[in-house]
Design a protein around this ligand. Structure first.
Ligand SMILES: Cc1ncc(COP(=O)(O)O)c(C=O)c1O
Length: 408
């Protein structure tokens, strides 16, 4: 499958400002079909769900289509897709609901690699019921989260293992299937943070062993909406706090208040956009008869290859510059570089790059625990993240901007 990055970039109006958008790990830009889908929903007229009139029916359809789209993206079931405002809000929602079944005899396992949104809600929920929290540690030399440690961490008292599918700081993609295997062997659940992984690789939640898989559409060219995907049969066993008149059915009972209908139209368009990335600009077009799920898997494989080449260019370039400390060198990594330039303050590096039209993040990026153990604290490091619309020139501009700093 081909990957025509110029054709991809042409779909993103924001890129016309000429900046090198290497901040995608904190949120991607949005392509024309997504912008159009959101505008079209508002233009057509939408109403709240379940009414007797056409505008309400349009919202019913938008929600159903968005659930189907996210299910296709991650290999889930339509009725197992729960929408919410952010992965953080959903982690709180799910942790509150799941922890109702925990007692002081129970334990949970969190990891030092995770974004704080897949740590703190679980710790706070465990604290309320008096459950014990165990920590999986990161190998600070390699940046790996060794799966074998879960043999010791997980036991008959474990109720839940929360782990990321990819670090939003150092990129590490742990062996989630093995970790989930340890959880399942003792009847525990595995809550997987897929926020950073989803934009970069083909995702199959069954293969990962994820009982819950969180993803945020704004990380993959969509609007600011998140979803947690689970087996509807599992969701049936969980009861959240909810309003009396709102639906008791799954997945609706987990969705508090009115959903952002126009944005959900954008979510579907974003999934369709991802599904088409691998054939954009190709003469042969999509494979005839392929389902959207099949097109997503093929397209995301093409995205992964495109991003891997750019990431190699970035990592090699940083190594050649000298005076750059790159954190983490895990065998399987999302294309996200977390580094410092000599003893320079990361924010000063980010400001220097911004003055050259290069967008990068500085700080701990909420990889709070990881930055603590790396000794970086909240100043953290500089983060440059590759996404599918980046190209060689984005990487080269970053490298020359840093080279300039080192020479000075
Ligand atoms: C790995 C990871 N998990 C969770 C989050 C939080 O997502 P949200 O902003 O949807 O709460 C982020 C956001 O940066 C992230 O990168």
């Amino acid at each position: 499958m081909t990957f025509d990055v110029s054709a991809v970039r042409a779909l993103y109006p924001a890129l016309a400002d000429g900046h090198a958008y290497l901040d995608g790990a904190a949120g991607t830009q949005v392509p024309v079909p997504v912008i159009d889908a959101i505008a079209a929903a508002y233009r057509a007229g939408i109403g709240n769900l379940g009414g007797a009139f056409a505008a309400s029916h349009r919202s019913d359809v938008i929600v159903a289509q968005a659930r189907a789209a996210v299910a296709d993206l991650v290999g889930g079931t339509t009725d197992g897709v729960v929408f919410g405002p952010s992965a953080t809000a959903l982690a709180y929602r799910m942790s509150e609901a799941l922890s109702r079944q925990w007692t002081t005899d129970d334990e949970i396992v969190v990891s030092r690699l995770d974004h704080d949104s897949n740590i703190r809600p679980w710790i706070q929920a465990a604290g309320r019921v008096g459950a014990l929290v165990r920590w999986a540690e990161v190998d600070l030399v390699t940046g790996e989260l060794p799966a074998e440690q879960y043999a010791e961490l997980v036991g008959p008292r474990t109720r839940l293992v929360a782990v990321t599918a990819a670090s939003n700081a150092i990129g590490t993609r742990p062996d989630v299937a093995a970790i989930a295997g340890y959880a399942h062997a003792v009847g525990a659940l595995c809550y997987v943070d897929g926020v950073h992984a989803t934009p970069h690789v083909p995702v199959d939640i069954a293969a990962l062993g994820a009982d819950f898989y969180a993803t945020s559409a704004y990380k993959w060219s969509g609007p600011h909406v998140a979803a947690v995907v689970a087996d509807p049969a599992l969701l049936e066993t969980v009861w959240p706090d909810k309003l009396a008149p709102s639906s008791n059915a799954v997945p609706w009972r987990f969705e508090r208040g009115t959903l952002p209908f126009a944005d959900l139209a954008g979510v579907t368009a974003a999934v369709d956009h991802l599904a088409g990335l691998g054939t954009l600009g190709a003469a042969d077009g999509p494979v005839a008869g392929a389902t959207r799920r099949e097109r997503i898997l093929a397209s995301m494989a093409a995205v992964e290859a495109h991003e891997a080449a750019l990431f190699a260019r970035l990592v090699d370039g940083l190594a050649k510059l000298g005076d750059v400390t790159l954190y983490g060198k895990a065998a399987r990594r999302a294309p996200t570089a977390f580094f410092n330039v000599g003893a320079r303050d990361p924010v000063a590096v980010a400001e220097h790059l911004a003055s050259h039209g290069v967008n990068v993040w500085d700080g701990d990026n909420y990889a709070y625990e990881l930055c603590q153990v790396l000794g970086l604290q909240s100043e953290g490091a500089v983060r440059a993240g590759i996404v599918h619309y980046n190209d060689d020139s984005d990487v080269d501009r970053l490298l020359s901007g840093i080279a300039e700093l080192i020479v000075r």
